[in-house]
Design a protein. Structure first.
Length: 480
């Protein structure tokens, strides 16, 4: 903690050291440093001030800083620095001051003590915890975490950063340390050995780029909180050049993958087939809830599920907080997807009732409740999140490489081949179009066109799967 942030301070007075002014931009600009430190206090907002330090070696023209002064319960006065002028303007500084003074008055907070505690947390492990809690996972006014990919940040921190840096002092980590770590990830020197299929592990240059970007962000976070004076990762260049992926699976690869899914758990197989049929993002599909399907797909009774006698068009609505662009998105489900989800629901409910019957007989465990998620995790109460592990298994079974996002790109590309109008494909993908603002956004726009397009794509895919016999001699079925 800087000495001048924690020292006791008398009440502002009319002496030469303490002066009251009406804070306006012209007045602030005209204030000049003298041979001693001077503090000016705003007439309209008590406790809000500006400190002007004399010229010195580091600041030949002097230094202006916004401050807030308040009293602790024991009566001692403390000052909190809000930022330097002109980097922080008057309007922003006044807003910060009002926020802090309100928190001090209403919530009884002590921001100087909180800042001191943060400065004491100087290890990288402590930085990682504070970064995740106060930045990546912090929930904003829209109800979403500040960083949508916080889980991936957490995974990278736990796997690549904490094993080596957990107990290191943040201020002691050098540029060379960062470069060595990134190169080790690129060359896979942190994870020696072989893969599950016995192959020697190769480098991970793209992941090294991702980790470098995360490290830069974390050190910028530390810099903003004055833990360090400079970012050791600044200006370090990524190890590997990156190009945009354009991978599109061939019809034969699609047939091979569709058959390989029979070896997966029925829930995972349905998820991947749904990804291909809907062309939605894997993270959005894995978080699908039954309540997001309207009209309701089924009614749940004590004896099982009851499906409506007449199949009605069903729309899956992805809520804004789950969508990448923050905009709610309607996905009309084709008959093929509805059939897959009906089969999945029936299978899962039958299994749940069987397990509960056994548990009631043994009287040893609580009964399993139905999940709100269409693709629930087998380990937690949340959605299925281990898509990458499933992709790795499927790569080994199929013999070719692909990512979950490649399925989305493949579907979009082949939709055009199937005759889907090019202006409808971005609507299905929920791409944000230039010039379209939230004011003109319409959730229900193009519903009928999207439904027709997805039905066309489902028929095209079904024809593709049935058009050629698999290597085993059997025709690839559309449903399993």
């Amino acid at each position: 903690m800087h000495r001048n942030e924690r020292e006791s301070a008398p009440e502002p007075s009319a002496s030469s050291a303490y002066r009251r002014l009406k804070f306006i931009d012209r007045t602030i600009q005209s204030l000049k440093p003298s041979d001693k430190r001077v503090e000016y206090w705003d007439e309209s907002l008590p406790g809000f001030g500006m400190r002007i330090s004399p010229a010195g070696r580091k600041s030949p023209s002097g230094r202006k800083a916004w401050i807030v002064m308040y009293r602790r319960p024991n009566g001692s006065a403390v000052r909190l620095k809000l930022g330097s002028y002109p980097a922080v303007g008057l309007a922003d500084a006044r807003l910060k001051a009002k926020t802090y003074l309100g928190q001090i008055e209403i919530e009884g907070r002590d921001p100087v003590a909180e800042r001191h505690a943060e400065r004491d947390a100087e290890t990288f492990g402590q930085l990682a915890e504070i970064y995740m809690r106060k930045w990546a996972k912090q929930v904003g006014a829209n109800g979403r975490p500040r960083k949508r990919s916080w889980a991936e940040d957490e995974r990278q921190i736990n796997r690549y950063l904490l094993p080596g840096w957990r107990t290191w002092k943040v201020k002691d980590i050098t540029r060379r340390d960062v470069r060595d770590l990134v190169e080790a990830i690129s060359e896979r020197r942190l994870r020696k050995g072989t893969t599950e299929d016995g192959q020697e592990k190769v480098g991970a240059p793209i992941m090294s780029n991702r980790v470098l970007a995360l490290v830069k962000k974390m050190f910028n976070f530390a810099l903003d909180r004055e833990w360090i004076d400079a970012n050791p990762a600044a200006r370090l260049k990524p190890v590997a050049p990156e190009t945009a992926r354009d991978r599109v699976l061939s019809p034969e690869e699609i047939r091979t993958l569709w058959l390989a899914l029979d070896s997966e758990h029925h829930r995972i197989a349905t998820l991947f087939r749904t990804l291909l049929l809907t062309a939605q993002r894997s993270g959005e599909a894995s978080r699908m809830r039954w309540a997001q399907l309207q009209p309701t797909l089924f009614e749940r009774t004590e004896d099982g599920l009851v499906f409506p006698s007449k199949l009605e068009p069903i729309v899956w609505t992805i809520p804004g907080p789950d969508a990448k662009n923050g905009l709610a998105h309607e996905v009309p489900l084709s008959g093929a997807v509805i059939d897959l989800l009906r089969d999945l629901a029936t299978h899962d409910e039958t299994e749940r009732l069987r397990i509960n019957s056994t548990r009631r007989a043994k009287r040893t465990q609580t009964e399993r409740s139905a999940s709100e998620y269409v693709f629930p995790s087998r380990k937690t109460d949340g959605p299925y999140v281990e898509i990458q592990k499933a992709v790795q298994r499927l790569r080994r079974r199929t013999g070719f490489g692909f990512t979950a996002h490649d399925l989305r790109r493949t579907a979009a590309t082949l939709m055009a081949d199937a005759g889907v109008p090019e202006n409808i494909i971005p609507k299905i993908l929920n791409h944000t179009e230039s010039g379209v603002t939230r004011r003109h956004y319409n959730l229900h726009a193009y519903r009928s066109e999207k439904r027709a397009a997805l039905e066309t794509w489902a028929r095209y895919l079904q024809t593709m799967l049935a058009s050629k016999q698999s290597a085993t001699g059997s025709v690839v079925p559309f449903r399993r």
